[in-house]
Design a protein around this ligand. Sequence first.
Ligand code: HAS
Length: 535
Amino acid sequence: TGWNIGIGIGALTIGLLLGVLQGLEHAGLNLYTYLQPVIKTYYQGLTIHGVLNALVWTTFFICGFFTFVVVRSLQRPLRYPWINVLALVLMVVGLLMAAYPLLANLASVLYTFYPPMLADWTFYVGLTLVVVGSWTVGYGLYFTYGAWRKENPGVRTPFLALGALITMVMWQLATLGVAAEILFLLLPAAFGWTDGTDPLLARSLFWYFGHPLVYFWLLPAYLSWYGMLPAQTDGKMFSEPLARFVFWLFLVLSVPVGFHHQYTDPGIPQGWKFLHTILTLGVAFPSLITAFTVVASLELGARKRGGKGWFGWIRKLNWGDPSYAAQNLAMILFAFGGISGITNASYDMNLVVHNTAWVPGHFHLTVGSATTLTFFGICYWLVPKLTGHKLFTPWLARAQAWTWFFGMLFFANAYHLMGLRFGVPRRTMLGDAPYASAAWTPYLLESVLGVGLLTISATLFFLVIFATVLLPRKLDAPVEMPVAEPLDPKPAPAWLDTWWPWLNGAIALILLSYGPILYQLIRDAQWIPIAPRVW
Ligand code: HAS
């Protein structure tokens, strides 16, 4: 766990630095030139920013966190610890392999690596190894769960372990899409065995994986919000069975929604886009349940701490604890990210905001806030737990959480509005754009204010974590993983602890929503030449 989280944070250090450059470039201050010859182009910087933050930081953190959670929650050691060590080795080798082409400017294809742009083969093999490593983490956890089940027949799986396992299984279903894309379309082209590819088929396989990927980022945060955060403010889980139900719904509904990223792609018939729209609105439903039930769990705690009134109780939440504050602030930002997600999912609105600055606005509130700020909050108890050292200065950690909150609020608001009002494009050197308009200026200034606060916040996070790890200030009292008790101690019904209906339901829905159309896309595949490398 320690190594996973340490490497994740290391990747984030570089990834966030490039994010600052990205934000400043849009506002007309191009600092990329000072990074020559290490970072040669804007697109190289943007690719490293996306890959390190969205893929590396998240995957390493989640694998480490889940290993810790499953072992603590089942209260038994890993069945075969060597599997999880092997997993870490695979992931590190993969990361090093992918780092080479990223740094050598041989893989500036952005984190979605759409063909016909093509990266060096080492990039794809590296990413594949990271994914295979994360599967291996899952296998280590399944064997541990199997052993626990044998020792505890008929006992309900503890919620925290169940949620982590469901997320891992969902991840294995999801990554089949990107595995097929890399193995059958991208690697053969990168090795020079084929001289073309079908971008539409590749994009469809990518988004089969790409949307459940976002729930792989979100569910560890939900696990903490449901099963840990209430305990951090003297609350209880408002409804433990409902929390399980939400995780099962995510298993069933996370994958069959990918075409909402491809509304503007020609070649996907409308009927399929419509089906995926309906299912997307379906997968928003467990998040709406979460909004109500998690807040109810927190309210229980605040009232126990003396909170009164319709809204007055909010002041009594445990804002003094940086771990709590960071996660509650992440939730508030996610409420706005959820609204912009549902806007994206609405076909006609999507035509307005697709490929505009609105989209980075959306994902900085989701993966950049709900996920990342929650993971920061988790670090504030987990790193002291792992090192046995006191958290370095809780008030600095609190300041980190609040500066991230306001930084993202300004940044994301500006990007949403630039996309919505002016169609300002994403993934573009806006600082150099000949069509840049004076009307953008107030929003660009707001975004720079956000970038400034986020830079301070990121610096504080690294300072707090490094000082906690390096300074040998022993803990006064042992830190334990927070575990929220259910309000109703009656065990959840058996159907909420049974895998087969949910797993079969997930597979059936995937076959129904992707089977015929993927068959059609493969049958009608049209090979087009790989784009020449221009960076
Ligand atoms: Fe998304 C694009 C639709 C959620 C990430 N999304 C992206 C991209 C990323 C991303 C990275 O339909 C860009 C991909 C690219 O590079 O092209 N997204 C949705 C929908 C949801 C959603 C419907 N997205 C996420 C999450 C992400 C994420 C989660 C990362 C972690 N997204 C889209 C669509 C696109 C898209 C289209 C394509 C756009 C385009 O055209 O390219 C839903 O799951 C959202 C449901 C969420 C809610 C909110 C629930 C609120 C909660 C908090 C409550 C807190 C309260 C405060 C009330 C309904 C749980 C309490 C306060 C106290 C004080 C106690």
